[in-house]
Design a protein around this ligand. Sequence first.
Ligand code: ZN
Length: 160
Amino acid sequence: MKIERGRVVTLHYTLRDESGVTIESSRGRDPLAYLHGYGQLIPGLEKVLDGSVAGHASTVTVPPREAYGERNPDAVIRADKDSFPEGMEIAKGVEVHADTPDGPLSFVVVGFEGEQVVLDANHPMAGMTLTFDVEVLDVRAATPDEISHGHVHGAHGHHP
Ligand code: ZN
């Protein structure tokens, strides 16, 4: 069965950055199952997998515009330390959610400048060229429930 929109694809992947360092991998744990054509994988990867079948293995390098986008310098903002809720731990790497005029946004604390906290709303992999080793293990038709929910249901029923 070919990979196309509405198929459930199970695959193993290893993701590496430009210098070849592994960022994450499904090897050694459960493979990834996703619903193809519903924006669950980055566009550059879905494009390469489209039309392939179980057994397909390849290495694909995806530029930022087909991965997590370019870094947006305007997405780095500063906020006063005392504008955070009392008792909240503000440390480098902590994720902060905020309501903004553009809707809810997630920021990561990237540093401190005096009494100000520097926050970055860019995706951690924004601006990165990513290389994936992918191996397609299985392709099946999605159930009507999976199609209407827009995600894969596991062997044990519904995953929220
Ligand atoms: Zn569901």
